[in-house]
Design a binder for this molecule. Structure first.
Ligand SMILES: Cc1cc2nc3c(=O)[nH]c(=O)nc-3n(C[C@H](O)[C@H](O)[C@H](O)COP(=O)(O)OP(=O)(O)OC[C@H]3O[C@@H](n4cnc5c(N)ncnc54)[C@H](O)[C@@H]3O)c2cc1C
Ligand SMILES: *[C@@H]1O[C@H](CO)[C@@H](O)[C@H](O)[C@H]1NC(C)=O
Ligand SMILES: *[C@@H]1O[C@H](CO)[C@@H](O)[C@H](O)[C@H]1NC(C)=O
Length: 520
């Protein structure tokens, strides 16, 4: 029987990218948080390497400057080619997606969508960076602690945890965040099923160094589809000199076989190869039926477990912080499922609309209907959130559009425009960190905002928008407001409400704030 018990506001299970991102966000809001991670150490396999500009926007907004998480240099593009072997014949460069014929990751465009470029930061480098920041912010991160059981009642979630010495104890929290990955223990305990295409392929990978092939990586292509009659594989070169050879499980029957296939993929056995490690992973497309689960459906204030992804963490954390600190009500948390599950399905379907993954599908599966491919920039910056926490959603909106096709509609990401502040030029994107923000060119909104304080206690910052001519995009155009209108943006950078012109008094703003903060 577990003897000791610890109390916290939020318990996060899993210290991967999702769990650590959630931890950093909550740490910034000073919400008491414990993270438990069953592994004793971080994985040394690099895994994720390419982070999109939107992910970099999130890293910046939660306090990671370019000195900590750098952006890729302008000339670095994510490029891939189909080859016989790395030093053998190169057949063709393959565009990143069917909609991006230039093969450059879709980042080149006349319109500037973000002040940031994507990042090439290997996951084994990134996770310790996130973890250190969480610790600095006072989050209690426990490596070697595994969640083994879970119960929920009307007022709390209790996790049974085993420590590195296999001793069991309990952690009691107001809310639990299940960031324990695709094989989530929490999801299984809560009996949340998944649907979707399912398994796509099983892959074994071997991580190695071979410095003598570096000259072949100078042309800027870092991903190689190895296409030989008896070897179909995928080779990725990380910027730090490590390479990973991904092999289908059928072929990679042992570590010895994987090791032996490295020279074949490189096209030479004349170079030194230092193997760093082996790993395996499954590629599948599955979406949980629910993104949250309440202990008791009858409960007025269900104390619930939430399953986030990396971007989901950013959507969820400020909501948890508002609810746990008593400013908002649990109904706000329901908007997490509403907003993120739609996006998850959109992303799921896009996998099969894109030619590079169509070829990886063994069969079409249950999902036989054709999915229309949506442009990268629409998927990246233009996904629509729909929930009770957003006012003025039009059911006819498409699920994703390019930022220059939106014009500040509620439910969309607040667009990037350059504005002036204190003699400096900054991006609107940099305004959205911890607080709500009201943007307007008209100072009257500052007075209106002050008047709402008697009825709504949430922190909202007023930003007077000043733009010096010429700007490629005006605030009015991008946010869809007149010179005295305003846009209300959430801490995660999504527009919650807008008012095209100046209202007569503060009541409209009070009403809007109540609706979007309480989602009632
Ligand atoms: C080869 C490869 C390449 C990839 N490349 C990219 C890329 O370029 N860009 C990109 O964005 N993504 C990429 N990904 C995907 C990316 O790695 C995942 O999306 C990301 O790791 C998911 O993070 P997560 O925190 O949700 O889950 P995970 O990283 O799976 O973390 C879950 C954590 O929970 C822990 N855990 C599980 N059960 C328990 C328990 N009961 N108690 C305590 N802890 C538990 C696990 O040990 C683990 O550390 C790649 C993945 C692979 C395999
Ligand atoms: C998934 O988790 C179960 C325990 O819940 C474990 O037995 C199994 O090995 C795991 N599978 C993978 C692929 O990690
Ligand atoms: C605050 O609430 C009171 C009582 O409901 C109302 O009379 C007042 O107009 C509200 N103030 C604002 C600024 O909305």
């Amino acid at each position: 029987m577990p003897t000791t018990q610890k109390d916290t506001s939020i318990l996060i299970v899993g210290a991967g990218l999702s769990g650590l991102t959630t931890a950093v966000c909550l740490g910034r809001y000073k919400i008491p948080t414990i993270v438990i991670e069953k592994r004793l150490d971080f994985l040394s396999h690099p895994r994720a390497d390419g982070f999109t500009p939107r992910t970099v926007e999130i890293f910046r907004s939660i306090g990671f400057p370019a000195s900590v998480i750098p952006e890729r240099p302008e000339e670095f593009k994510l490029r891939r080619a189909r080859v016989h072997s790395l030093i053998g014949q190169w057949f063709e460069e393959i565009p990143w997606s069917a909609l991006d014929k230039k093969g450059n990751g879709g980042s080149e465009s006349a319109v500037e969508y973000s002040p940031y470029r994507g990042s090439f930061t290997p996951q084994d480098v990134l996770e310790p960076i996130l973890c250190k920041r969480a610790l600095d912010l006072g989050v209690d991160v426990r490596m070697g602690f595994q969640l083994v059981d879970l119960r929920m009642d009307e007022s709390s979630v209790t996790a049974v945890v085993s420590d590195p010495g296999r001793e069991k104890f309990e952690i009691k929290a107001k809310y639990l965040v299940a960031a324990d990955g695709h094989n989530s223990t929490v999801r299984k305990i809560l009996d949340i099923s998944r649907s979707g295409h399912g398994h796509i392929s099983s892959i074994k990978s071997v991580l190695f160094r071979a410095p003598e092939v570096n000259p072949y990586l100078q042309k800027g292509i870092t991903q190689f589809i190895i296409d030989q009659a008896d070897l179909k594989a995928f080779l990725i070169a990380y910027r730090d000199g490590r390479l990973v050879l991904h092999l289908p499980t059928e072929l990679a029957t042992s570590e010895g076989v994987q090791r032996a296939l490295i020279p074949k993929a490189l096209g030479t056995s004349d170079v030194n190869v230092e193997v760093l490690g082996y790993s395996q992973w499954d590629m599948s497309a599955l979406i949980s039926k629910k993104f949250s689960s309440a202990g008791h459906s009858s409960s007025e204030t269900p104390h619930t477990a939430y399953l986030p992804t990396e971007e989901g963490a950013h959507n969820l954390a400020w909501k948890l912080a508002l609810v746990v600190s008593g400013i908002s009500k649990p109904a706000l948390l329901d908007t997490y499922d509403a907003e993120r599950r739609t996006v998850a399905w959109l992303r799921h379907d896009q996998i099969f609309a894109r030619s590079d993954y169509k070829t990886l599908q063994k069969d079409k599966g249950a999902d036989d209907k054709p999915h229309v491919a949506i442009e990268d920039m629409a998927m990246e910056f233009g996904e629509l959130y729909q929930s009770r926490g957003i006012i003025g959603i039009d059911g006819s909106f498409s699920p994703a559009k390019r930022p220059d096709e939106w014009a500040g509609q509620p439910g969309t990401r607040a667009p990037h425009v350059w504005i002036q502040r204190g003699g400096k030029t900054i991006s609107t994107i940099d305004l959205f960190c911890e607080n709500w923000v009201i943007l307007s060119q008209d100072l009257t909104w500052k007075d209106l905002l002050n008047k709402t304080k008697e009825n709504v206690s949430v922190d909202v910052v007023f930003e007077e928008v000043i733009q010096n001519e010429p700007v490629p995009f005006s605030f009015e155009e991008a946010f869809g407001v007149t010179p005295n209108g305003a846009s209300l943006v959430r801490p995660d950078g999504y527009i919650a409400w807008r008012c095209a012109t100046l209202p007569g008094d503060a009541n409209d703003l009070t009403k809007a704030l109540k609706q979007v903060v309480f989602a009632l």
